[in-house]
Design a protein around this ligand. Sequence first.
Ligand SMILES: [Zn+2]
Length: 233
Amino acid sequence: MSLLYWPTSTGKRIVYVLAVSTATDLVYHFFKYLTSNKKSQPEPEKDIAETLFFSSECLECKHHVNTNVPCERLTCPFRNLNKIITHILSARKTLEVCVYFFTFNSIARALIEAHRRNVVIRVITDEESSGNDSSQAFNLRRAGLRVRSKKFEHTILMHHKFVVIDGKVLITGSANWTGQAFFGNFENVIITNQKEIVRGYSQEFESLWETMSADVGDQPLEEGARMVRNHSS
Ligand SMILES: [Zn+2]
């Protein structure tokens, strides 16, 4: 039916107008459907594949912790550290932390901040290192976070250093979460969102979480109820 056609009788004119109107509506709704469908498509996730390195030169940058500003060096460890903390702060649902020795205050603050946003946080650390005076384990428990550790036989350590963020991003490497690691040692860290790798670490976390005794330090501590441990470094 051509738009240039105009029927001669009144009846035909009514049918013609209705037909054109219906066709216009159909075209409108079809384009609206296409547009809304396009909007509802999630943005494809960008690949994250980052390497961070720390070295003995990092000692020169330790004072940035006080000023909270990195220097111009591309390898500035404070800049690297901020990347790690930014990822932790980006958590919306879960944080699975599994770190042998954890003393670094800025990361503890980031975890506590995430906990206050109702991010579900579970922390696994080594039993012996968590008893060290500088360990953040007590502070985290006091803030209401669940922290598990377990003493294994002989000299077996819980020696992992990783965190899984929202089940999607993994940060791992050689570095404990300590000032010595970030500002004094040669260390490596990778950040990735490659699904298979993240899934493997998440599964390992679940397995360890179950292995760790739930009755030692899993519950948040009341103020002043510090657990007595043998201190050792
Ligand atoms: Zn620097």
